[in-house]
Design a protein. Structure first.
Length: 165
């Protein structure tokens, strides 16, 4: 993958997150928090998990090793989630623009939440974040259907290709 591919993936990721947040916005608080017996109990908890993973990886890319993720209670409303996703996106764009083609292939060392050391090519960690979000947005789609709501499409093929350089 090259730098432009990474920009494309993260533009898609931001677009898909925005679409899903828009789809869950009309949910009543009880629906947003209802335990639907998924990997994470509720729509809120699943979205906070996506947000938390994006935050953790951004911290790692900036040389930090957070000892814990975000608690679901840190974002009690869709509005608070939107604000946190937007802040992460702004910071991530700054990071992505700083990357060079050569830097993408370099080894990236970090510590997981348990403190274990890992190393992988930086580009693999970048791909992982988008893959991870895609997987869990699919779970939110299922949860919306369980609630009798209409989910939105987030497939990358439905995204227009206006990519910043």
């Amino acid at each position: 993958m090259n730098r432009q591919d990474i920009f494309t993936l993260f533009e898609y990721n931001a677009w898909a997150n925005t679409r899903v947040l828009g789809a869950v916005e009309p949910l009543a608080s009880e629906e947003f928090l209802r335990d639907l017996k998924n990997s994470f109990p509720s729509v809120r908890d699943t979205l906070v998990h996506i947000l938390g993973a994006e935050w953790i990886w951004l911290r790692r890319w900036n040389g930090e090793s957070p000892p814990a993720g975000l608690a679901a209670t840190e974002c009690s409303t869709v509005a608070s989630l939107k604000d946190r996703f937007a802040a992460i996106e702004r910071e991530r764009q700054t990071f992505l623009k700083s990357l060079s083609e050569e830097g993408l292939a370099k080894p990236f060392a970090y510590r997981d939440l348990a403190g274990n050391a890992h190393t992988l090519p930086l580009v693999h960690s970048l791909q992982h974040v988008v893959n991870h979000g895609t997987y869990h947005r699919g779970q939110v789609t299922t949860m919306l259907r369980q609630l009798g709501k209409k989910p939105v499409g987030t497939d990358i093929s439905g995204r227009s290709r206006s990519v910043p350089t």
